[in-house]
Design a protein around this ligand. Structure first.
Ligand SMILES: Nc1ncnc2c1ncn2[C@@H]1O[C@H](COP(=O)(O)OP(=O)(O)O)[C@@H](O)[C@H]1O
Ligand SMILES: [Mg+2]
Length: 257
């Protein structure tokens, strides 16, 4: 897939970190979900965001999207504020929980076409480039034959693929995916991993949260281990140690048990 965001103010994807948090503390009334979080993504790489339930992964995505404003610290996407970055179509997002009403009669093709809205202007009339991007995204996610299906008629894994296809069609240089592998079968997991690897080859930077630890080494170049704070970050081999896993997941398992 080629990037069509080659307008005059398109950032040089190698010059600035795709995403940078500096000493970010953020949360909700009475809850500190992130505390002193500093991390920078490397351009053109896949970073896995690992952490137990409640460790702040979704909140971190919300701060990158400007949906949660940090109490302190700074968030930048390609050197810009989250709002500016979204307006400039620099970031796409596959949410953990989709806000679309699944009983609403919208087809897979229509959902994927929504990814093109930033390119379409106010008329929202698809042009050839928009149609091609939708076709490419449907093909990449194996959903060609499901295009006329209602989004609510898909399996969980197919639905994740549809929302990934929407983000692919958006063609932004940073893609954020919040637990795309949750509730997904092996086939969909393999397919999504392949999609992300191919996307990386186009220079897209990717941040993907997951707690499928098995798949991380195959999926990601870098790993960030989160538990309200950044516990560790680096290569999969550096981060995925027994000691770190116990720190990130052990405490929660003990609490739950
Ligand atoms: N909308 C919200 N309002 C209040 N608290 C929230 C909200 N969303 C998340 N939290 C709390 O913030 C913490 C981090 O949650 P979250 O970012 O969703 O973690 P994760 O995605 O890793 O499971 C948890 O303690 C959670 O209960
Ligand atoms: Mg979450």
């Amino acid at each position: 897939m080629t990037h069509e965001h080659a307008e005059a103010d398109t950032p040089d994807p190698t010059a600035t970190p795709p995403a940078q948090l500096l000493e970010v503390t953020a949360g909700y009334p009475g809850v500190t979900a992130l505390e002193g979080v500093t991390l920078g993504l490397h351009p053109g790489r896949i970073t896995a965001l690992l952490g137990a339930n409640g460790s702040g992964k979704s909140t971190l995505f919300s701060t990158l999207l400007g949906l949660v404003t940090p109490r302190s610290g700074t968030v930048e996407i390609f050197g810009r504020s989250p709002h500016r970055a979204r307006r400039d179509n620099l970031v796409s997002f596959v949410p953990q929980h989709e806000a679309i009403d699944m009983t609403f009669p919208v087809s897979v093709e229509q959902v994927v076409t929504m990814g093109r809205y930033p390119h379409m202007g106010l008329t929202r009339r698809p042009r050839a480039a928009d149609r091609k991007a939708v076709e490419d995204a449907l093909a990449a996610t194996g959903l060609d034959t499901y295009r006329r299906r209602g989004i609510g008629e898909l399996s969980g894994g197919q639905r994740k693929r549809a929302f990934t296809a929407r983000a692919l069609a958006q063609d932004a240089p940073l893609m954020l995916l919040d637990e795309p592998f949750a509730g997904v079968d092996r086939t969909s997991e393999r397919l999504l991993t392949d999609v992300l690897h191919r996307l990386r080859e186009t220079g897209t930077s990717i941040l993907v949260s997951t707690h499928h630890l098995d798949g991380v080494k195959d999926l990601a170049d870098d790993v960030v281990l989160l538990h309200r704070r950044v516990l560790a970050s680096g290569s999969p081999d550096e981060v995925l140690t027994e000691h770190n896993m116990a720190r990130a997941f052990g405490a929660v398992i003990a609490e739950a048990g």
